[in-house]
Write a protein that binds this ligand. Sequence first.
Ligand SMILES: C[S@@+](CC[C@H](N)C(=O)[O-])C[C@H]1O[C@@H](n2cnc3c(N)ncnc32)[C@H](O)[C@@H]1O
Length: 254
Amino acid sequence: MSKPDSNQTTVDKGEIERHSKLTGDWWSRNGVIQALHSLNEIRVPYIANSLVLESDKVKSQQPLANKLILDIGCGGGLLSESLAKLGAIVTGVDASSTLIDLAKEHSNVDPEVAKNKPTYYCASIEEHAHKFANYYDAVVASEIIDHVANVELFLKQCVETLKPGGKIFITTPNKTRLSQFLVIFVAENVLNIIPKGIHTYDKFKSPKEVSALLQKNNCQVNSVHGLFYNPITDNWFWSYFQTLWYALEATKLC
Ligand SMILES: C[S@@+](CC[C@H](N)C(=O)[O-])C[C@H]1O[C@@H](n2cnc3c(N)ncnc32)[C@H](O)[C@@H]1O
């Protein structure tokens, strides 16, 4: 695979700086990252159920054993660790060196994770895709596409890392006036349950836009499900409505 034009990057330096400042809060269950902690309760089974055959689910405590998974934009490793606990061979990649240092350090905390540590790299998706083309069974891009500089290039590079038949999982806020009001104004500025200034409405993408970009990159979109977050109970739910957040799954065609 040829390296993308060096003028083209998926990294928005301001975004990386803003996320790096959250290092101290990352693993705190009650801080501004709490919604990402609780998102694990719904996104981990969502990913696992899609990657594992029904027969293997009952057989094993580690249903994702031998699955090569890229957690792109892994931050401090919240999702990487949960996937590793299910036996997956996880690679976590993030453009923030501070967060990657934190993720490496934290992988020693839980003995279950320490047995099957994710491998972490500080890199952009385009740097990683250059070395790991056609490699992964799955790429997880959870809560990142609204933070990258060039979403078209970002998705192209994610797909590049997938084996044919591999799957990409995306969770992200939808681009609607209601998400602008609730995800940005209310959650960030009124309730303080999401870091202030972390989201930019212009960067939100609708499921239609994301699906079109994936299809352009030889993927078939399998499903789009709405997600809803209740800040009072700190719980995520699947929802018929995709107006606020959504989860999308697609397969790279052979
Ligand atoms: C909101 S956090 C999501 C963390 C994690 N995926 C989760 O949901 O627990 C977004 C992360 O994406 C990283 N990031 C943004 N642009 C990136 C890029 N182009 N390549 C790699 N990482 C990137 C940021 O540094 C940040 O840690």
